[in-house]
Design a protein around this ligand. Structure first.
Ligand code: ATP
Ligand code: MG
Length: 406
């Protein structure tokens, strides 16, 4: 048993894309996840799916992973979840004695995973960043509300927060009233986390992805997200490849070069109502949206693998523009969320949300998971989603009828 790559966080969309990209190139790929409901395990290119009985991020996960690396002799380790990355970084020196980890160096990562630090570097480079205050405690909320106004976005500086034996992934939230702002800040700072209280922008979401190494840019790719899950932003569920916009293309590249952020990175922007771009963040890891780049001709997972092995890296000069991709599960969930959150800032009105969802069904596009050469992961993802959605509906119906009769 000797694998070219071990793909961690196999349940994520980008991990399935990675398994397929490397497998198609005749590399031997194994995948690891903590749940057996993992579509990537069913891929024809996944030579072995390892089910880790431990909960993510605890020492037990490492206790499973390290002997596995020893046994399988995997050459490259590819993590994609912020929590797994945080864990590996804590034990990086030891793990790297066994395997090459497809992550940038610590100096660059420390800045890239921290939005306060990333935005400070960006500001120095003349890149627009949203108006914001750093908020560490609930006491600072009234001042932030006064300075930034409402509605606003309360955003954890780091997406992964350690607490006790494990940790939690935390995401930005819209707040519309002082009370809500206090509640959300209290929640996001309860384990010592720091938040940014940012102005809410309402324009297009655009992202530029790179494969950068040794001072060279090996690939560039841009996309915009028409819909995301959750509605504020996060994972793009409906997206299109675009020409790299000259403004954000140059800004994103200068940031990656300044940080010397090697490997894959995705630099996200959001525009305001006047189309002025503002930096959101950098994801220094494969992002859920990466499949559109692969389908349009930029095989980032393979380039990342090439970089991680220390060998030569292909240069990709162009890609197909205008291709659409949709994550149907995410699109259904974000449409349901739009109905539940009607009237909230930045959320489409119900009729518009349902209509937009329906119209997308008639647009020619590709779908996440669906690959006719490798059909089983899509079947598995669809059956898992149908079961969990049905479970949710039944639970909600039961709790409603209990409320009516009590
Ligand atoms: N101030 C803001 N105004 C408007 N939209 C915002 C703002 N901050 C974040 N968003 C939206 O939410 C998305 C997620 O925010 P951000 O990228 O900062 O957090 P994240 O949790 O690290 O995201 P990811 O899941 O991509 O790693 C952004 O891409 C953007 O679409
Ligand atoms: Mg992020």
């Amino acid at each position: 048993m000797a694998f070219d790559a071990l793909v961690l966080d196999a349940g994520l969309r980008q991990s399935l894309v990675t398994v397929r990209s490397l497998g198609r190139r005749a590399l031997s790929v194994a995948a690891l996840e903590t749940s057996s409901e993992t579509p990537a395990f069913s891929s024809r290119w996944c030579q072995r799916g390892f089910l880790c009985p431990a909960v993510d991020t605890t020492g037990a996960y490492l206790g499973f992973l390290e002997p596995l690396l020893e046994r399988t002799g995997a050459r490259v380790l590819i993590p994609s979840h912020d929590g797994t990355i945080a864990l590996l970084r804590q034990h990086r020196a030891r793990v790297e004695q066994r395997v090459r980890i497809a992550l940038a160096n610590e100096r660059a990562l420390t800045i890239a995973v921290n939005k306060e630090r990333t935005l400070a570097v960006a500001k120095r480079l003349g890149i627009n960043v949203p108006r914001a205050l750093v908020v560490r405690t609930v006491d600072a909320v009234p001042m932030a509300v006064k300075e930034i106004g409402l509605p606003a976005v309360v955003k954890p500086c780091e997406s992964w927060l350690w607490h006790g034996q494990g940790g939690t992934r935390v995401v930005p939230r819209v707040v519309a009233s002082p009370d809500e702002a206090r509640r959300v800040v209290a929640e996001l700072t309860r384990w010592g986390g720091v938040t940014l209280f940012q102005q809410l922008l309402s324009g297009r979401r655009e992202a530029v992805s790179f494969l950068y190494a040794h001072g060279n840019m090996y690939a560039r790719f841009a996309q915009w997200a028409k819909r995301t899950e959750p509605p504020l932003g996060g994972n793009s569920v409906l997206r299109q490849s675009i020409v790299v916009p000259p403004d954000i293309g140059a800004q994103a590249e200068s940031l990656v070069r300044e940080l010397d952020l090697e490997g894959y990175s995705e630099v996200e922007f959001r525009r305001d109502s006047n189309h002025v771009p503002y930096l959101m963040e950098i994801n220094p890891r494969l992002s859920a949206s990466v499949e559109i780049a692969v389908r349009c001709g930029v095989d980032f997972p393979y380039l990342l693998y090439q970089w991680a092995t220390g060998g030569s890296i292909d240069k990709v000069e162009d890609y197909r523009i205008g291709g659409w991709m949709r994550d149907l599960r995410g699109d259904i969930m974000t449409t349901i969320a739009a109905l539940q959150q009607r009237g909230r800032p930045g959320v489409a009105p119900p009729v518009q949300a349902v209509l937009a969802f329906g119209l997308s069904c008639f647009r020619l596009m590709r779908y996440d998971y669906v690959d006719w050469r490798d059909p089983l992961p899509a079947v598995k993802a669809a059956s898992h989603f149908t079961r969990s959605l049905a479970g949710k509906v039944i639970r909600e119906t039961l709790s409603r009828s209990r409320n009516i009769f009590s």
